[in-house]
Design a protein around this ligand. Structure first.
Ligand code: AHM
Ligand code: MG
Length: 339
């Protein structure tokens, strides 16, 4: 394949397919550039003083890692001045971040999980950055942006993507015209396209779930995973493989490339938390990517991108990947309700 940079791709999208607005193109370029800087910090590890905890908790009550804070700051600073954003929100901040008055404001709302899978950082395993872009409501130019402006369902996303900091640093992106992957060429400093129009390979017998939560799952998920575990002798008449990296970005990336299904389903551990993963920073952007790659993303009975959000930090059950496998889990949920 001829080497095509992210900038070339975005210019093409701007001119042709998606008629990508200039502000959105700038936004994506800035997020992508910031992910390069985050990648460098992730790579430095202990040598750059990047490992360990901050000694504080985020709004979710989770211990913040130094890299969570560094990556969050980088994304905020980089996106403040360009005139493309109305406001930002992050998994690491309690409330929304307004654009300072000294800068012009733009049309878009940016949400991110600065370091996804951050418990992997200290043990040198894969982490990522997830982002989601919505259009701000039209009347926002004449007033202050509020949290409610962000509470749009995921089908309204105009772009979403993630950077994955693994053996290679990659950027996976969709502006609603399929899913594209770019590799970071460290010699030239450019994002170079490595795969276009990614489709999730169908029929891979591989599931990703944290088995240690099994006793808390709903009957439909118990049934689905139980049948996978029964292998060739069970109703699926096939042996399944299991993978769990502790980083959603890494697990979903594997599914985009190799197929299979990812589940962090609703569980009964804590009635206040209907799941672990966050709708706005994780489930919606990853659901957008998975659907754009031909897969499906449900919370159990409902399509994730149709959920009307009620809070910035809302959590949901997540079941996404190979559409036939997700359909099966949806059917099991419906059958469990009918029974
Ligand atoms: P984080 O954004 O605080 O890192 O949490 C999200 C991560 C996901 O990347 C991953 O799928 C999940 O948490 C792993 O959770 P667990 O440790 O319960 O298996
Ligand atoms: Mg996360």
């Amino acid at each position: 394949m001829q080497r095509k940079t992210l900038t070339q791709f975005l210019v093409e999208q701007q001119r042709r397919e998606a008629a990508l607005p200039g502000q959105l193109r700038l936004l994506i370029e800035i997020v992508a550039r910031t992910c390069k800087a985050i990648s460098i910090s992730v790579n430095k590890g202990a040598l750059g003083g990047m490992l360990g905890d901050m000694g504080a908790e985020n709004v979710q009550g989770e211990a913040q890692k130094k890299l969570d804070v560094i990556a969050n700051e980088r994304l905020l600073e980089a996106n403040e001045w360009g005139g493309h954003l109305a406001a930002m929100a992050s998994e690491e901040m309690e409330t929304i971040h307004l654009i300072p008055n000294r800068y012009p404001k733009g049309e878009y709302l940016l949400m991110f999980d600065p370091i996804d899978g951050s418990s992997n950082v200290d043990v040198n395993l894969t982490v990522g950055t997830i982002f989601s872009v919505l259009r701000a409501p039209e009347d926002v130019s004449g007033r202050a942006v509020t949290e409610e402006d962000f509470l749009q369902s995921g089908r309204h996303q105009v772009a979403a993507g993630y950077a994955i900091y693994g053996p290679q640093t990659l950027l996976v992106l969709s502006v609603g015209t399929g899913v594209y992957e770019f590799g970071l060429d460290r010699e030239t400093g450019s994002w170079v396209m490595t795969q276009e129009r990614i489709r999730i390979p169908e029929g891979n017998r591989e599931f990703a779930i944290n088995m240690s939560n099994q006793r808390f799952w709903a009957p439909a998920v118990q049934r689905y995973v139980g049948e996978c575990m029964d292998g060739k002798d069970g109703p699926r008449e096939a042996n399944f493989n299991m993978r769990w990296t502790g980083s959603m970005v890494a697990d979903i990336h594997r599914i985009l490339k190799r197929g299979g299904i990812f589940l962090y389903p609703w569980d009964s551990r804590d009635p206040k938390k209907p799941g672990k993963l966050r709708l706005m920073y994780e489930a919606n952007p990853m659901g957008f990517i998975v659907e754009q790659a031909g897969g499906k993303a449900f919370d159990g009975p409902h399509r994730i991108l149709d959920i009307a959000p009620t809070g910035l930090h809302q959590r949901v059950g997540v079941i996404m990947g190979d559409r036939a496998e997700v359909d099966r889990v949806i059917d099991y949920h419906r059958e469990a309700v009918d029974a």
